[in-house]
Design a protein around this ligand. Structure first.
Ligand code: HEM
Length: 156
């Protein structure tokens, strides 16, 4: 389970980039960087670097090692990273205990991309595919989890 949490952080790139100000004129990777310039460091890109990650586009919950930088790097490394990791771990564990038969719904997935963040607009899941008369959907939408049933007379 912990490796799944790391892969979610790497692959789903919750924070796409962080800004940095150049402190002095310098060269980096053949580029001239001038004092005062703003750089946008693409964490999402680094986390999909094929020199570091085998098959970077693949979502592999068993990926090891997984040295992503979704929580940043160095002195500004995310202070809340241990909390975020534990929160996701507990939420995932509880969710899978409650809905062990969860499957993706057939609805196509749609992404919401901004310069800074990347997220799914919603994640429709079938919680009980054995319900013959309708889909039991669990939606992650607008930052909230919504649990509802469609067309199933048992829950109408
Ligand atoms: C999945 C959830 C989270 C992600 C992906 C995330 C990501 C990041 C990243 C990439 C940075 C580095 C920013 C930079 O280098 O400029 C950062 C910094 C930071 N994060 Fe998070 N974070 C998360 C959750 C949290 C939580 C839950 C807290 C607090 C409870 C938190 C508190 C902070 C703080 C205080 C910093 C600034 C550290 C510093 O500048 O020294 N983060 N976070």
């Amino acid at each position: 389970m912990p490796s799944a949490v790391e892969e979610m952080a790497r692959h789903t790139r919750p924070l796409q980039m962080v800004p940095r100000i150049v402190k002095e004129n310098m060269q980096f990777d053949g580029q001239d960087l001038k004092k005062g310039q703003t750089l946008l460091i693409l964490l999402a890109s680094a986390n999909h670097n094929p020199d570091v990650f085998t098959g970077p586009a693949r979502f592999d919950i068993g990926r090891t090692p997984n040295q992503h930088i979704a929580f940043g790097y160095g002195i500004h490394n995310c202070l809340g990273a241990p909390l975020a990791r534990v929160e996701v771990l507990i939420a995932l564990r509880e969710f899978l205990q409650r809905y062990p038969n969860v499957q993706l719904s057939s609805k196509p997935l749609d992404c919401l991309l901004t310069l800074r963040n990347a997220t799914l607009k919603e994640l429709p899941l079938m919680l009980q595919p054995t319900c013959l008369l309708g889909e039991h959907l669990f939606l992650f939408t607008k930052g909230m989890f919504i649990d509802y049933y469609t067309q199933c007379p048992l829950y109408a």
